[in-house]
Write a protein that binds this ligand. Sequence first.
Ligand code: VGL
Ligand code: ZN
Length: 195
Amino acid sequence: MGIRIKADDALIIVDVQRDFCPGGSLPVPDGDRIIPVLNRYIEIFRRAGAVIYATRDWHPPNHISFKEYGGRWPVHCVQGSRGAEFHPDLKIPEETIVISKATDPDREAYSGFEGTDLEESLKSRGVKRVFIGGLATDYCVKSTVLDAIKCGFRTVLLEDAVKGVDVNPGDSERAIKEMLSAGAERASLSDFMDP
Ligand code: VGL
Ligand code: ZN
């Protein structure tokens, strides 16, 4: 396809945190396998001078997402805990903009845009096109992609840099179809020109 990253593109890495990887409290199967791929994307965007964002699930200990508080998930990504840290193999550049989300105890928020300043931050930098990868395809990646489209960004799903939970078999496949029919484009590493 020959995608060339420019300074008005942005990379958004969704929730690549210890708890969403094998060994964590809400592991996405093979979630850590996307990390080497994301590290290559990080290098491509960094060299092009494009801004890089990393969202993180950042729950208070009594968050509504947790079973004990009426939600569907085990306790995960509690603010300041080890499980909430970015996976140590992810090579996040120092200048990465970190977006903490789902911090309100009474509101579930899968999207990186929900209750954060991500939209304003992207628009203030003149970003027109966003590339999105991370965890999990069928929850936070999907919601972030759909919101990016609603906000008017040209939105590209990095298909080789996402993994899903698949609570029900096929959830990730359906999520990808939903993103594409909402207007997302898709790309993989082989589509990118050498910087
Ligand atoms: C996520 C379930 C609960 C995600 C976050 O990052 O996809 N999934 N909280
Ligand atoms: Zn969560």
